[in-house]
Design a protein around this ligand. Structure first.
Ligand code: ADP
Ligand code: MG
Length: 693
């Protein structure tokens, strides 16, 4: 149970003064549901409200704070006209303008003849100096109420800075004093404030330095977040490691058979990965290993060989894919290779119903099925396995730690191999998996040729269409990816449908469309036709992103490439260049390009090395731009910025390791404080895996 001391922070935002249901909705969209989410939403800029000596020198369009004498009120004579208040400071006349304001209210705050501090955006309009809806109007004796430096928060439509600022101040009013969970010596050496002091400081920046990620208050909060992340991961990992493992060591009989049937030789890195996996499986503790390899690097075969070891030892193996298409595709690779050996395979997805499903479940429970490939449907309770020895999770970041545990729970001491196609930079790897053992496939399978990658402005679309038509005539298969137009699937789809209609008008039946709204079987049928049929163009929304394998596809066209993240572009490009034919990737961009977008496209032209692309991606993400993380499913941090705080992450990892080695159930005084930290960052599941203390 979450400690009571955190209750205030976990109230809904509507519990805050000034936040009603409507505002709460807006805040939810911006920051989250709870009070603590408001506090985690940090300012990005500042407004300087230092009092200015004279109105005449105030710049148009900028915020100024002026000391004005109220000269005369000019109420609106007809509706829709604004209420004007004429003022002066001797250097210039300034008109304050109010729309839809109550007259009596304006008279009250701006009595004629009085002196007022007025702060707001200055506008010079037809020789007149105006401030429309000043942010602050104060009597000189209340000058202390004027925030001289005001934080500016990223906002959402309909939510004003004033309203959000108020919510933040209300949230700060009753933040609890939490026990210090940081190591005392470390905390002192860093010169960091306490948790509550840090929160107050980040929300009342006193100058631009306070916005820097290196500011001690910000660094403290970032460290807290990273420590919670690392502790939680290590607790879960410990939990998995404690599972009694089994020594699984095949004699290589099945492997040898399959290898003979393969039309290619394994690459050096595939062999290394296999021996690492084999070592883990043979060890008495349960395996938890990450197999990292770029698209097309040949992870499936590695997984298959590992599964064969399990089957050889009399057990079962499961391979779980993120989507239906991928599950079926994995099966299409695996089945022909293992059926001749007399092994029995099955597919289990959410789509399988009735008799087929029943039969599969029975086969899994009896042990008749050796290898099962499926989607998250494999997690379901109704799925029982006679003796699951190895679970392979082709994750593409879509599954969480819990689900991994769930699948592992279907057997005794199940070995778990997680596969990921996105090469993840070291730092991010640590945040997503902790210190996991990893095997990497660095080499591309032999015979692959580099992909000719070019960037072309969208204005030359017709040339691209011409080129595609020629390629098609030469027998090429073409992917044509349409971008995310807005954050909405509907408009996303509309763009793809338009392009489809256009190409179809020109090229007829050789054009097909695939998108995320299609039902599973429909999607599979389209994919199958593209894979097995004659040369054609597949117009797609980003649904093809996830690892579909059509070796003879050689052209990839990506419209509005500038709207995609670097990792995503790399993934998409990896759909071609899988066979022995020359492949091209055309990145069509709409101008003008931001510097980041330019850099992204340049990197893609320069390299196909996924690991390098991943590192560059992380670098480009600086400045608060969360590029790619959302799509990739990697953990997002609210307070830590990994482009700046990578050192803190490494420290947090070591800290977490040390903590758990000395106090594995977090039962000491500091341990209890750390439990509070875990709850604060909603790592409840991790705490539940500790012995109660
Ligand atoms: P990944 O899952 O890593 O994206 P796959 O396992 O789907 O890659 O492999 C991509 C393609 O490469 C498949 O058609 C597979 O048969 C082939 N392949 C795998 N290993 C090799 C190899 N060593 N040499 C040549 N081709 C290979
Ligand atoms: Mg794959």
């Amino acid at each position: 149970m979450r400690p009571q001391v955190l209750n205030n922070l976990f109230r809904p935002t509507s519990a805050l003064k000034g936040v009603g249901p409507r505002i709460a909705k807006l805040i939810e969209r911006l920051a989250g549901l709870k009070v603590v989410d408001v506090l985690w939403h940090l300012p990005r800029e500042l407004i300087n409200r230092q009092i200015q000596p004279d109105a005449a020198s105030a710049a148009s369009g900028e915020i100024a704070t002026l000391t004005l004498t109220v000269v005369r009120h000019e109420p609106a004579r007809v509706k829709r006209q604004p209420y004007r208040v004429k003022c002066t400071d001797g250097t210039d006349d300034v008109t304050l303008v109010f729309f839809h304001a109550r007259d009596d209210y304006i008279r009250k705050i701006l009595p004629e003849g009085s002196l007022r501090l007025v702060s707001g955006t200055v506008d010079r309009f037809r020789g007149d100096t105006q401030i429309t809806h000043p942010d602050y109007v104060l009597a000189p004796e209340d000058a202390k109420d004027l925030p001289l430096v005001e934080p500016v928060y990223p906002l959402t439509e309909g939510l004003t800075l004033k309203t959000f600022g108020k919510a933040v101040r209300a949230a700060l009013e009753d933040i609890p004093n939490l026990p210090e969970w940081q190591d005392k010596t470390f905390h002192e050496r860093q010169g960091w404030p306490s948790w509550s002091q840090a929160l107050r400081t980040v929300h009342s920046p006193d100058g631009p330095g306070a916005l820097s990620s290196e500011n001690p208050a910000r660094a403290r909060l970032a460290y807290d977040e990273l420590l919670a992340n690392q502790l939680a991961l290590q607790i879960m990992r410990e939990k998995m490691k404690q599972r009694p493992g089994r020594e699984i060591k095949g004699d290589g009989r099945l492997r040898t058979e399959v290898e003979k049937a393969l039309p290619f030789q394994l690459t050096g890195s595939q062999r290394v990965a296999l021996s690492e996996i084999g070592g883990d499986m043979a060890a008495p503790s349960a395996m938890l290993r990450l197999l990292q390899g770029d698209v097309g690097s040949g992870k499936t075969i590695v997984a298959l060989f590992a599964m064969l070891d399990a089957v050889e030892c009399g057990g079962q193996a499961a391979l779980m894919a993120p989507t239906e298409i991928l599950a079926r595709q994995h099966m299409a690779t695996i089945e022909p290779l293992v059926a001749p050996l007399g092994l029995k395979t099955a597919v289990l997805t959410g789509r399988d119903k009735g008799a087929v499903r029943k039969e599969t479940l029975a086969g899994l429970a009896s042990g008749e099925i050796d290898i099962v490939v499926g989607t998250h449907a494999l997690f379901q309770e109704s799925v029982e396995m006679q003796d699951l020895m190895l679970a392979v999770i082709d994750e593409q970041h879509r599954f969480g730690v819990h689900q991994r545990l769930n699948l592992a729970a279907k057997g005794r001491g199940v070995d778990v191999l997680v596969m990921t196609a996105t090469p993840i930079p070291r730092t991010l790897l640590l945040t997503a998996y902790g210190d996991l053992e990893t095997s990497q496939l660095h080499e591309k399978p032999a015979g692959r040729k580099p992909i000719d990658t070019r960037t072309i402005p969208l204005s030359r679309l017709h040339e691209v269409s011409d080129a595609v038509e020629r390629r098609l005539a030469d027998g090429a298969k073409v992917y044509w990816v349409c971008p995310l137009v807005e954050e909405s699937e509907v408009s996303d789809l509309a763009a793809a449908e338009d392009r489809y209609a256009e190409l179809k008008a020109r090229l007829g039946d050789r054009v097909t469309l695939i998108h995320g709204r299609m039902k599973g079987p429909e999607k599979d049928a389209v994919m199958a036709r593209f894979a097995e049929g004659p040369p054609s163009i597949l117009v797609a929304t980003t649904v093809i992103e996830v690892g579909v394998d059509v070796p003879d596809a050689t052209v990839m066209i990506i419209e509005h490439a500038e709207r995609f993240g670097l990792a995503q572009l790399h993934q998409l490009r990896g759909r071609v260049g899988r066979g022995s034919d020359d492949s091209v990737c055309l990145l069509l961009f709409g101008g003008p390009l931001s510097e980041t977008a330019k850099a992204r496209l340049r990197i893609l032209r320069e390299t196909e090395d996924g690991f390098r692309i991943a590192e560059e991606d992380l670098k480009l993400r600086g400045g608060g731009e969360i590029l790619g993380t959302r799509q990739s499913g990697l953990p997002e941090f609210r307070l830590a910025d990994l482009t700046v705080h990578a050192d803190l992450l490494a420290t947090a990892r070591d800290d977490a390791k040390l903590i758990l080695s000395q106090d594995k159930d977090l039962s000491t005084e500091r341990g209890k404080a750390l439990r509070t930290l875990l709850y604060l960052f909603e790592r409840d599941a991790a705490v539940l895996n500790l012995r109660s203390g």
